[in-house]
Design a protein around this ligand. Structure first.
Ligand SMILES: Cc1ncc(COP(=O)(O)O)c(C=O)c1O
Length: 413
């Protein structure tokens, strides 16, 4: 089972046994469904027929408009919609040739999907500035070594912004990776599911698709930006050329045998959401502000406790490294990523996802915490957090933050 889902189960069991646990280990946006989305779902609910595998023309036109407004001119034929971006990423794994380069650490599904598809995953460490991309120098070295060993790396996956580090790789890094991809003939799979969760709208976002459009497939969806994980809506954008059309058709042939089509009512939701009317944009902006405020607050607590941690700029995660206080932790028997996560759970009731479960070194003292879990357990509390000018001062958010602070103080005292 995927480690985040396994942790969920463990937390549920321990809670059922009476333990009080603050669950920071699951990558869910934790915001309620926006009312107009619910209304489009109701409107679409009478649509009970199978639709085209690729998605309805109107739905794909809305998604094409979304990409076009982001400096990626797109026609509806370049778009595929599906029940989540996870199946689209899996289909890409099944049809793309060769080995796949994955940043280390990365979202915990990339490597298992590659393995399921019979592809070798080649982890390359992320640079100091940001996650979601391999360090360019390490990428060059790894590709050379792989080729010398007779292996065949042909794809690189990027996550922009990144899960687990909650950071967005700057344009300069994207350009460097694209240069390497061009020289080495790599297909770039750019997972941009957190694109609309960049905290500050002024942060520059460069998609590899703007630099090497002929070799980039972009995936995205509504699970994160609009907290619709349970509705399962994902999209992919393919290059507008011969090889791009072949790749799209290969993905469609997998789709036709596995999921057939995105559920028809969800196509109604997709059309509405990707057309981005003003009320939806305002909702997205408020969500991104909340994600940023809470992630920065947790980042402050982690650095105060002695961790180094890249400042979060997108998504709803932080990824601290407790290496600077290794001796303090060693005195408590915390010597690696499994013991760090276990200690936080057992001694402070804080559930986090240990770094090694994301492909990181087991010996490192790192974990991922999903800060969105602090918005509240009920839609009413979550709406309150979303609408507040000062969400950190709300009693339930403040209580979660002080619980983290207490747990960290105990860890490092
Ligand atoms: C980086 C990343 N990509 C893709 C997904 C999958 O999202 P979905 O299948 O809900 O579209 C997730 C969800 O956790 C994610 O974090």
């Amino acid at each position: 089972m995927s480690p985040n889902l396994a942790l969920n189960q463990q937390v549920a069991e321990r809670r059922a046994a009476g333990e009080d646990i603050l669950h920071l280990g699951f990558g869910e946006s934790r915001l309620p469904a926006f009312e107009p989305l619910v209304r489009s779902l109701i409107t679409g609910s009478a649509r009970n027929a199978y639709g085209p595998v690729q998605g309805d023309a109107g739905t794909r036109a809305a998604v094409a408009g979304y990409f076009t407004r982001r400096r990626l001119p797109t026609g509806p034929d370049q778009v595929v919609v599906a029940p989540g971006s996870k199946p689209l990423l899996m289909a890409l794994n099944l049809v793309l040739p060769g080995d796949v380069v994955i940043p280390r650490p990365a979202w915990n599904t990339y490597a298992p999907q590659a393995a399921l598809a019979g592809r070798r995953a080649v982890p390359v460490p992320i640079p100091a500035e940001a996650g979601g991309v391999p360090d360019p120098a390490a990428l060059r070295r790894t590709l050379d070594a792989e080729r010398r060993a007779g292996r065949d790396p042909r794809t690189v996956i990027l996550t922009l912004p990144d899960n687990p580090t909650g950071t967005l790789a700057p344009p300069s890094l994207i350009r460097e990776i694209c240069e390497i991809a061009e020289r080495e003939c790599l297909t770039v799979v750019s997972d941009e599911i957190y694109r609309d969760v960049v905290h500050d709208p002024a942060t520059p976002f460069l998609s590899p698709c703007e630099v090497v459009p002929h070799r980039t497939v972009v995936t995205s969806g509504l699970s994160k930006s609009l907290a619709l994980g349970g509705w399962r809506i994902g999209v992919a954008r393919f290059p507008d050329d011969g090889p791009g059309r072949v790749l799209r058709d290969d993905v469609l042939s997998v789709a036709s045998e596995v999921w057939s089509t995105l559920a028809a009512p969800m196509q109604e939701v997709t059309s509405y959401a990707f057309s981005e009317p003003p009320e939806l944009r305002a909702h997205l902006a408020a969500s991104a502000r909340l994600h940023g405020a809470v992630a920065r607050a947790v980042h402050g607590l982690l650095t105060e406790a002695g961790a180094v941690c890249r400042p979060p700029t997108g998504g709803f995660y932080v990824y601290p490294d407790f290496e600077p206080i290794r001796p303090v932790l060693a005195a408590k028997g915390v010597v690696d990523s499994p013991s760090l996560a276990r200690h936080l759970l057992d001694s402070a009731g804080l559930a986090v996802l240990a770094g090694h479960l994301l492909g990181d070194d087991t010996g490192a003292l790192r974990f991922k915490a999903a800060t969105s879990m602090l918005y509240g357990d009920t839609p009413a509390l979550q709406w309150e957090a979303l609408r507040s000018e000062e969400p950190l001062t709300l009693p339930h958010v403040a209580a979660g933050l002080s619980r983290i602070q207490d747990g960290l103080r105990r860890l490092v005292s």
